[in-house]
Design a protein around this ligand. Structure first.
Ligand SMILES: Cc1cc2nc3c(=O)[nH]c(=O)nc-3n(C[C@H](O)[C@H](O)[C@H](O)COP(=O)(O)OP(=O)(O)OC[C@H]3O[C@@H](n4cnc5c(N)ncnc54)[C@H](O)[C@@H]3O)c2cc1C
Ligand code: SF4
Length: 519
């Protein structure tokens, strides 16, 4: 069998408008989709994440088939499946003998580097197209970054708002007079405010087959496979987003940074997984949020706060990733070397905030931004865990984790391992922040008001210890001037106490010494 063009669609390119499907000729072209072992195991992904991607791929292929497109779909357990993109492409080229291969650039540097060798491997032209589902191309971002000494999301975001004409008034200025309403978006969650229930999506036959496969093949991976209630089609993802618009967006802004025990999603949208595989289109999402604001259905702080995440942060982290890779992943500006505590994989810890966030991560393959940044991320930062170990964890455990978005957020924003490319100061904080923004501390074995001793909240002394350990690297940062002034006023006995508590705790959680009992 021969075809004109073999169009290779990867598992996070499930959009009908992806560039590799533009100008598709259903009469002469074949779409290739492959489930490969390399991608399911290069980190030990959460079972739900694998199930989500495989099921969404199968549904996307079926939809193309219904539209009259010939799809050559290789399943994970098909006989002869070699387990890698390159070998599966080579086999497909032998099957179809196309004149050329067309593919959209991938989301990972690792795969992009491999693609450069595909032309020689398969012996026909391999055209790699830009991924124009993003709103800022790699070249545009590089132009914007130019030779700026510092990249700052806030500046980039304003450029993007103007470029797409989002939330501007009639004179082209920001709606409401301010570009960023973050100051309004840091409220703690009052006990009486109840977040909406999440939509559940039933599994059809295809998804059930995938669930069986994942259970059989990846039973040893992190996380609970069931219940599985993600959407796996474009229509399902739209329904999930509709639900968010109606039930949660109005309060998204106010409670964006809040956390509550046993309430994993609160007023967040839980759509990153759909955006990242292509089931939702970011610009359509932004337009609908703006329309909800213009219709008077949601306040400006909610609409602006949400749009800033999608038009600002999402595009910005992708820009940083492609601008700085591959060196970016190798940086370790704070020289953090400690191992990741085992409880990141088990959830078994007496630190209640960590137990809750890791527990929900196991259960749902989801945590919202502040949980990722200020609980698991902050703790790994304060402990000085090696960035590669932390990044591997984040890449494995969240259903929305793809390296282009996971790495800058973890390596840069949470760990400051990039030395300040993503954020001008480390997001380090003591237990006071978690106490202010959640109810975790009231159910914890540790006491958030205590600064020293076995009952003290470990975030408290780890915070000061972090500043002590990194004094030479961070003391000159103007945004840390205040805590360093406080540190300078501490008596030597207090500094020794901090070091002693931190050392004992670190030895305990990294397995180097007998446990310090908080009870
Ligand atoms: C350490 C760490 C690791 C992260 N890893 C990932 C990851 O692997 N994949 C991922 O998509 N996001 C990641 N994020 C960003 C953010 O936490 C998630 O996008 C968000 O929690 C997803 O949940 P949601 O869809 O309910 O988002 P919402 O809070 O409802 O926000 C709406 C959308 O904005 C986008 N967004 C918000 N913040 C960011 C951000 N910082 N970077 C990029 N996009 C953003 C997402 O697409 C998200 O769906 C990470 C953040 C941190 C601190
Ligand atoms: S007391 Fe400390 S460890 Fe316990 S929940 Fe609060 S911040 Fe977390």
């Amino acid at each position: 069998m021969t075809c004109e063009t073999l169009r290779f669609v990867l598992g996070d390119q499930l959009s009908p408008n992806v560039s590799s499907l533009a100008d598709l000729d259903a009469a002469s072209d074949v779409v290739l989709m492959v489930e490969v072992a390399d991608e399911t195991t290069y980190v030990r992904h959460h079972k739900k994440k694998i199930a989500f991607i495989l099921s969404a791929m199968r549904h996307f292929a079926a939809r193309l088939g219904e539209d009259g497109v010939t799809v050559d779909y290789v399943r994970l357990e098909d006989q002869g499946n070699t387990g890698s993109f390159r070998e599966e492409l080579a086999r497909a080229v032998r099957r179809h003998r196309p004149r050329r291969v067309l593919v959209t650039e991938p989301g990972e540097y690792r795969v992009r580097a491999d693609m450069d060798s595909w032309r020689d491997l398969v012996g026909v032209t391999v055209e790699i197209r830009e991924d124009d589902r993003f709103l800022c191309s790699r070249a545009e971002f590089a132009r914007w970054a130019g030779d700026r000494r510092q990249l700052r999301m806030e500046h980039f975001y304003r450029v993007m708002r103007r470029r797409y004409g989002v939330l501007l008034d009639s004179s082209g200025e920001p709606e409401g007079g301010k570009w960023n309403l973050d100051a309004d978006n840091r409220k703690a969650l009052p006990a009486l405010v109840r977040p909406p229930a999440q939509p559940q999506f039933d599994s059809d036959c295809e998804t059930r087959e995938v669930l069986d496969l994942v259970d059989r093949r990846f039973g040893g991976h992190f996380g609970d496979l069931l219940p599985f209630d993600f959407a796996v089609t474009e229509e399902g993802a739209e329904l999930a987003f509709d639900h968010f618009l109606q039930c949660a967006l109005p309060q998204f802004g106010d409670y964006q940074d809040a956390m509550r025990q046993g309430e994993p999603v609160l007023f967040h949208s839980l759509i990153a997984l759909y955006l990242n595989v292509g089931l939702l289109d970011p610009l359509a999402v932004i337009r609908r949020v703006e329309a909800a604001y213009r219709a008077g259905d949601v306040p400006l702080n909610a609409a602006e706060g949400y749009i800033r995440q999608v038009l600002g942060w999402r595009e910005y982290v992708r820009g940083v990733y492609w601008l700085k890779m591959p060196d970016y992943a190798e940086t370790n500006a704070l020289n953090a070397q400690r191992p990741l505590p085992d409880f990141y994989w088990t959830g078994e810890t007496r630190l209640n905030c960590l137990a809750d966030v890791i527990g929900q991560t196991k259960h749902l393959a989801y945590a919202h931004h502040i949980q990722r940044l200020m609980v698991t991320g902050n703790f790994a930062l304060l402990l000085g865990v090696a960035p590669k170990e932390v990044c591997e964890w984040y890449l494995a455990v969240y259903a929305d984790a793809f390296e282009w978005v996971e790495l800058p957020n973890t390596h840069g924003m949470a760990l400051h391992a990039d030395g300040g490319v993503m954020a001008s100061k480390p997001y380090a904080s003591s237990g006071a922040y978690i106490d202010r923004m959640s109810d975790y501390c009231s159910n914890c074995t540790y006491d958030v008001r205590k600064k020293a001793g076995p009952k003290a909240c470990p975030f408290n002394y780890l915070y000061w210890n972090f500043l002590i350990e990194n004094r030479a690297r961070l003391e000159g940062n103007p945004r840390l001037a205040m805590p360093y002034r406080t540190l300078a006023r501490m008596p030597e006995a207090r500094l020794a106490e901090i070091r002693r508590d931190a050392r004992a705790f670190m030895d305990q959680v990294t397995g180097a010494a007998a446990p310090v009992d908080a009870a």
